[in-house]
Design a binder for this molecule. Structure first.
Ligand code: ZN
Length: 168
């Protein structure tokens, strides 16, 4: 890839990941594990946002990616989103990566790695399976530090709350 194009993509990835981080902060404010996502259409417009809301929705599938994908597909009036990209602050899990492959997304960009449930290289590497009917390009590590920090901060806060609870 020519350097200029590469740098342009790098800047754009950072900008969209900032928006995903804003979504993660919204999850944090609601006591949800802070993960955020945005979907960008073929023209480079953000058409959907989402944040993790599993507790609020009583729904184990309400991960940021799924929430954003549902809005994006409704907006596009199509369950397939070829040419679209999704930005998410945390490496996707198997469920979300599966949904994104079903949606025929062209590109997935994530921030921090998830050594516990990540399937883009951490626990498994789903997108690497050439047998899958659709190939989605995956890039990781975009703004990994702030994306990971908001999560670490959340769990630290939660742990200290748990400790206080035990002491009381
Ligand atoms: Zn997920």
């Amino acid at each position: 890839m020519p350097l200029e194009v590469d740098m342009e993509m790098h800047a754009r990835d950072g900008m969209f990941m900032e928006l995903a981080l804003e979504q993660a902060a919204l999850a944090d404010a609601q006591g949800e594990v802070p993960v955020g996502a945005v979907v960008v259409d073929v023209a480079g417009q953000v058409i959907a946002t989402g944040f993790n809301r599993t507790i609020t929705d009583h729904d184990p599938t309400s991960h940021a990616e799924v929430v954003a994908l549902r809005i994006a597909a409704l907006h596009a009036q199509n369950y397939r989103l070829p040419g679209y990209s999704l930005y998410v602050t945390l490496e996707p899990c198997a469920m979300c990566m599966g949904a994104m492959i079903h949606a025929r997304l062209t590109r997935v960009v994530f921030g921090a790695q998830d050594p516990k449930t990540g399937v883009c290289g951490s626990v498994l590497d789903l997108p690497a399976h050439a047998q899958l009917n659709h190939q989605t390009t995956v890039a990781g590590g975009v703004l990994a530090e702030p994306c990971g920090h908001i999560l670490r901060h959340f769990f630290k806060k939660r742990r200290s709350k748990d400790t206080q609870h035990v002491e009381n």
